[in-house]
Design a protein around this ligand. Sequence first.
Ligand code: NAD
Ligand code: MG
Length: 396
Amino acid sequence: MSPQNITVLGSTGSIGVSTLDVIRRHPERYRAFALCAHSQIDKLFAQCLEFKPQFAVMRDAPLASALAERCRAAGLSTEVRHGVESLIELSALPEVDAVMAAIVGAAGLEPTLAAARAGKRVMLANKEVLVMAGELFMHAVREHGAILLPVDSEHNAIFQSLPADFSHGLSACGVQKILLTASGGPFRTVALDELSHVTPDQACAHPNWVMGRKISVDSATMMNKGLEVIEARWLFDAPREMIQVVVHPQSVIHSAVQYSDGSVLAQLGNPDMRTPIAYAMAWPERIAAGVESLDLFKIARLDFFAPDFERFRCLQLAYDVLREGGTAPAILNAANEVAVAAFLDNRLPFLGIARLNDQVLQSLPAGPEGSLADVLAADAEARQLAAHLVRDHRFA
Ligand code: NAD
Ligand code: MG
């Protein structure tokens, strides 16, 4: 059997690099067909040298020309493209077997949707896709027979803990609750008044996971868990009352499913994203991922707490937008992307992230999710307002 061709959207990021590590371990099964990055040209060039993909994509034309030049000089036959149109095309080409959706944020929506519409195996890390356009995306998956495999560790754990036919309905399978675990991030126990002085580096120092900066800040505000509640709602067609966030600081139980007979099925492992990535790549088989085996004796204890919705207002906002429906989650997602970027750029204090998200949600009425154009319009409007509020120092 020839190796499967994989398009890696966001190959230079944290998930992208871990994906390439799994591909590297199984050259007989997988081939990096297209590698795509925003602007890290040196890293993408090094990946091209090692994986010799058929295509490489950078967001902007000048960097793409520079990369093309370097590939030519190195004797590579990699064809270099640029722009979102190329990402869309390379997610849907007939020779592509699977797409790893690992771009961060709304930028990944259109290429990931294109992969679903082309009926690919879609390995989804880019949770913002489901937050923005869950209904549209899940419809595309069903309509075009795509195989959707969650890469987010919690959703991967839930997927592993559900019966194979869960899409017939969770209640019919005896599911009572989805127990979505959360580490609580670096500020779970920090005094509230200290949170106003938090720096980007402190917020990005996650106790258990090494991740990109945006998701690290989202973990510190617990917006990440909020986005994951919305992600779970769509992936598993779960009503929001069925999704219970459980704070579990050790991040050993990656999530669990509680059944009507009293059983709770969970997936455990060391916090290493190569486990869910390898699972998504090989499903329904299992392959080596390079992850150290879990040593329960070393872990010794596991703790659980109820989430604090006052400390972590972003988590409450996520439940609120789920109740509201339509474009409300897309509005929250867009506001949050602007807020996090401003915080990382020292233009917004840490506590301003939740306040800004709240303000944008209160100012903009949600419409029906409707078409992709409706979602993108809500996203653009929310970004504009959020940027305006940051510029006016409303939350300084
Ligand atoms: P990252 O910041 O490390 O990497 C992001 C990647 O996307 C980079 O390769 C970057 O070049 C690319 N990118 C960004 N903007 C782009 C654009 N406009 N066009 C093209 N490419 C663009 O992020 P990450 O931590 O790897 O996270 C990626 C996604 O996976 C996020 O949605 C995140 O929430 C999700 N996720 C990550 C982890 C993790 O452990 N890192 C875990 C679960 C889910
Ligand atoms: Mg997660």
